[in-house]
Design a binder for this molecule. Structure first.
Ligand code: SG4
Ligand code: ZN
Length: 254
């Protein structure tokens, strides 16, 4: 299972136990907008992101995060010449309080939480196969800020009291995934990086949206009641930012 690493031992321990975590193309990073290259003629095409299915999502506590899993590869994204990627699951990273929680930073700014939508390259049939390849995954990152209003697209978070313990799960009626995204999905940053937790494989094309989404304070509180793989409150489940090294970030604004 997942109990052989913790967010609290990410300093020396991850690198000792999981060699890939010492790589030079690691995630997350601080996205410094002024240093980015300008991208051209690229767009994200969403398929079935607007569809409500008859099957169910499962929403589950895996001891490191809350994960909403798709029943099948219905929703997908095409990233121009990079190919088509099937939606697999989404999960969250959050802080103990609103001063921290996101994995990526935006010009040094941290957000209270971040949502990751994980997609598998359609040329691979399993996650394990994708994990062997540099073009295996496309993960979308969405910054989460605190807003006044409840975000009704995230009503499924209200089932977190049933997900206190690692391994617990509930069914959620399938809804259109695009309701979770920022209203403007045409402004984003892209770079090549890694999974942000062990085994830190450098297999991810990251797309981080410029616009944050909002959750209410009480919705953010719904993350902070669940417990981790040691039965401790699951908070601060984010990795610290990694060096950019010899990488470029590309910025798209239309
Ligand atoms: C968190 O540990 C999630 O719980 C994992 O989700 C996720 O693993 C991991 O972060 C790394 O993913 O998008 N942050 S990330 O780079 O998505 C994967 C599950 O294990 C493979 C389901
Ligand atoms: Zn993540």
């Amino acid at each position: 299972n997942y109990s052989n690493w913790d967010y609290s031992d990410q300093g020396a321990n991850w690198v000792t136990k999981f060699k890939l975590c010492a790589g030079t193309k690691q995630s997350p990073i601080d996205i410094k907008a002024p240093t980015c290259d300008e991208g051209l003629n690229n767009s994200i095409t969403f398929t079935n992101y607007d569809k409500t299915g008859s099957s169910k999502f499962t929403f589950e506590n895996n001891g490191h995060s809350l994960v909403l899993k798709a029943p099948g590869p219905d929703a997908k994204v095409t990233l121009g010449s990079l190919g088509t990627f099937n939606f697999h699951q989404l999960h969250f990273h959050w802080g103990k309080d609103d001063t921290k929680g996101s994995e990526h930073l935006h010009d040094g700014k941290v957000f209270p939480a971040e949502m990751h939508l994980v997609h598998i390259n359609s040329k691979y049939s399993t996650f394990q196969e994708a994990q062997q390849n540099a073009d295996g995954l496309a993960v979308f990152g969405v910054f989460i800020k605190v807003g006044q209003a409840e975000n009704t697209a995230f009503n499924f978070l209200s089932s977190s009291p049933s997900l206190i313990y690692e391994g617990t799960k509930v069914n959620v009626t399938q809804f259109a995934i695009n309701t979770l995204l920022p209203t403007d999905q045409t402004i984003f940053y892209r770079y090549k990086g890694s999974l942000t937790s062990p085994t830190c494989d450098e297999i991810v094309t990251w797309t981080v949206f410029d616009q944050p989404i909002s959750l209410s304070a009480s919705q953010l509180a719904q993350f902070r009641i669940v417990k981790d793989n040691h039965n401790k409150t699951l908070v601060d489940n984010f990795r610290v930012v990694q060096n950019l090294n010899n990488r470029t970030i590309t910025y798209w604004s239309e």
